[in-house]
Design a protein around this ligand. Structure first.
Ligand code: AMP
Length: 304
């Protein structure tokens, strides 16, 4: 199975306590696609403006990402400016310039319509629905969102929740979506809106996966070198869905393993600005990190 990913392709300007970059490659679909591309074929759906640097598109193509659905429209590429304080878990958005994203209404290339795994990455929920309606028979639909849409397009977002299998959001977003401080209650409320599964991402504290009966908890990889958290959530989702698609199995056990692969991809994403670390992760580095996760969480049998 391959993965279809719709989301933003962006030029990001980011400041962290460790440095600052201007107009670097970013966007929810960018991080998601790169992470997923380590596992499976990726069909990318997004829009950029005429100012989008050609080397970025070339780079995505070289990573074997299908960019037939990456459309160029007259105007400027989507831009996001954010900042992190020493509390690296939550970005403070300084500016969101939708630009060409504002009027994007993609028609999916014919080959994309058969997609079995679909990731509606962080983007306007109306656009998420528009894309989903064009996919013929998806087996798994996952979505992400952020406060910008929770506050600005709540009704459309609630419609998205009715049509998806898995929602992946961070803890602050879960609380504001459910209007509930307690995370367990917030999770129950969200599951009541439609999705069969919910993953709450908690930055350096890891991720919690809920369904109606169970919760699975994975830590984040304890890194010494967190540099820029931008894209962690999208890389997590891309890695998770890529792994699921590659496994061709949606059982609970595979889903749990997929959470670990997603966490491993997120840990690479945060080690450098933009996609600088995520862009070349070797199979060996990935497997080493997954083994470390296993050793870190074992308590009944100690993994050597
Ligand atoms: P993450 O850190 O995984 O939550 O996602 C960061 C990425 O989301 C950045 O690269 C931004 O370009 C992108 N982004 C920020 N705000 C929005 C928005 N309102 N819609 C779509 N993408 C966004």
């Amino acid at each position: 199975m391959g993965v279809l990913i719709v989301g933003s392709v962006a030029l990001d300007s980011v400041r962290t306590p460790f440095g600052e970059v201007e107009e670097v490659l970013g966007g929810s679909a960018t991080y998601g696609s790169i992470a997923a591309s380590y596992f499976t074929d990726v069909d990318l759906v997004a829009v950029v403006g005429e100012d989008f640097p050609e080397p970025h598109r070339e780079f995505l193509r070289r990573r074997n990402i299908n960019v037939d659905g990456l459309v160029t429209k007259p105007g400027r590429t989507f831009r996001w400016k954010g900042e992190y304080g020493f509390q690296l878990n939550e970005a403070k958005t300084l500016r969101t310039e939708l630009n060409v994203l504002e009027t994007f209404q993609p028609t999916l290339p014919a080959s994309y319509r058969q997609a079995e795994v679909v990731f509606l990455a962080n983007i306007d929920p109306e656009l998420q629905l528009h894309v989903l309606r064009q996919v013929e028979r998806p087996r798994l639909v996952a979505a992400d969102t952020m406060n910008f849409w929770i506050d600005g397009k709540r009704e459309a977002l609630l419609r998205v929740l009715k049509e998806i299998d898995l929602l992946m959001i961070n803890d602050g977003e879960a609380r504001s979506l459910a209007k509930e401080v307690n995370l367990v209650k917030a999770a129950q409320w969200i599951l009541g809106c439609g999705p069969k599964g919910l993953i709450i991402k908690r930055g350096e504290y890891g991720a919690m996966m809920f369904n109606a009966h169970r919760v699975f908890i994975a830590p984040a990889y304890p890194l010494e070198s967190v540099f820029d958290p931008t894209g962690a959530g999208d890389s997590f989702a891309g890695g998770l869905l890529g792994y699921l698609a590659q496994s061709d199995d949606l059982s609970d056990a595979t889903l749990r393993r997929a959470v670990i692969y997603g966490s491993a991809m997120a840990s690479f994403a945060v080690e450098a600005f933009s996609v600088d670390r995520l862009k070349d992760v070797t199979e060996e580095a990935l497997q080493t990190r997954v083994r470390e996760f296993k050793a870190m969480t074992a308590f009944e049998e100690i993994v050597p």
